[in-house]
Design a binder for this molecule. Sequence first.
Ligand code: NAD
Length: 456
Amino acid sequence: MISETIQKQRDFFLTQRSKDISFRKKALKRLQKEIIAQEDAICDALYADFKKPRFETMATETQLVLAEIKQALKHIDLWSRPQKVTGTLSNWPSSDYIYKEPYGTVLIIAPWNYPFQLAIAPLVGAIASGNTAVIKPSELTVNTSKIVSGIIKTVFYPGHVTVVEGGVEISRQLLLQQWDYIFFTGSAKVGQIVYESAAKYLTPVTLELGGKNPCIVDASATVKLTAKRIVWGKFLNAGQTCLAPDYVLVHKKIKDKLVAMLKKYIILSYGESIEKSPDFARMVGPHHYQRLKSMLEGEKILFGGQSNDRDNYISPTLIDQPKMDSKLMEGEIFGPILPIISYETEEELDRYLMHYGKPLATYVFSNTKSFQRKMVKKYSFGGGAINDTVIQIANKKLPFGGVGQSGLGAYHGKASFDLFSHQKAIIKKANWLDAPLRYPPYNLPFWFIKKIKYLF
Ligand code: NAD
């Protein structure tokens, strides 16, 4: 069944239809129209999956994808045009180009935390570049998986784009097949499996993974705004955001003030009875709920700490000075629990920032320009923000992706188009001149060969 699906995709790709620019545009327009028509149903699906607030679904899922489509439609002609580059003396007379060639059939594996956006945003790049695609949504968000499948069926020819629904076993079977490109979003652990599977056929991959994203708050930071922006970025989607701050490293001098402000902004955002707030989501399922609940054991709770087994609710929680070898600090938290750790020296910062490898994001809160510069230059991470959190995702001109343990490759806007396109180098050689210099028998003096570098 899976191999038949892929064969259909390959056959469709071979018809060359998906490469036609007007075909790509029409497909994107149909997708755009269907998402607009189904926006309410998409919001309902995400609410049914983990009580994701409607505002958050629109802002971080549907509208973000619609922005990607709009951008692709606007620039597709320009992006897909062969790019002329200057020729070299050695090849003169010639015209030199980079052609953007679709890879072929692409597999997109999506996670559950932004289950609509992370299935469809990569698809926009894949089809804008002329590929055919198979999407595997997450099995943990069944309602969204269904609606994604329905939209794709309505919009696309089955050979062009198809959804294969299912869990880990289906994902494994998909990974056994040969693909022309694999785009994976999810955990580093599964990312390794994907990378290994891709190696068998030397398939190019993008891995959009997570990490333990630090928030560094130095003594010069504007505490009120810092707290407000950390609370927003951390508790959006109930902390289940790959870009969310994972823990805060705050200068000792302002720690108490920051904690007081964090508490204040949690209450201002979600009210005194957070469980009743329509603006706060739930953990996606019992497994993640229990995982997070167990992280609280033995920790010093500064705020929150409530949970409710009935609907996988964990309240926004602040933890004081967890030990580095605690469950909380072992790996990515991926939920509404925020450790607050104080530091005084740069060596103390290093101890944390060097320990967790290269995260997807790092946030620096400071009014000292030299400190901001130093943090950005010294530590390696996917991307980030100075004096804010998460918002780097909102600029389509900024490539979005990790580095090292947090991923491989970057997308959004033009970066998506380029990611799903092979850059084919082509030289069109003129026939009116054929300099004899390169052909044997080699009669040129060696001093001349040494000058050849100037011809490239
Ligand atoms: P996950 O790795 O468990 O699952 C992702 C996908 O892989 C799902 O579709 C799942 O069915 C499939 N899968 C799971 N186990 C598999 C296996 N053994 N073999 C083959 N396929 C398998 O991730 P998740 O829990 O859905 O998502 C959370 C993770 O994703 C977090 O680590 C988060 O940081 C990361 N993430 C990263 C980004 C990003 O853009 N960088 C965005 C969102 C989430």
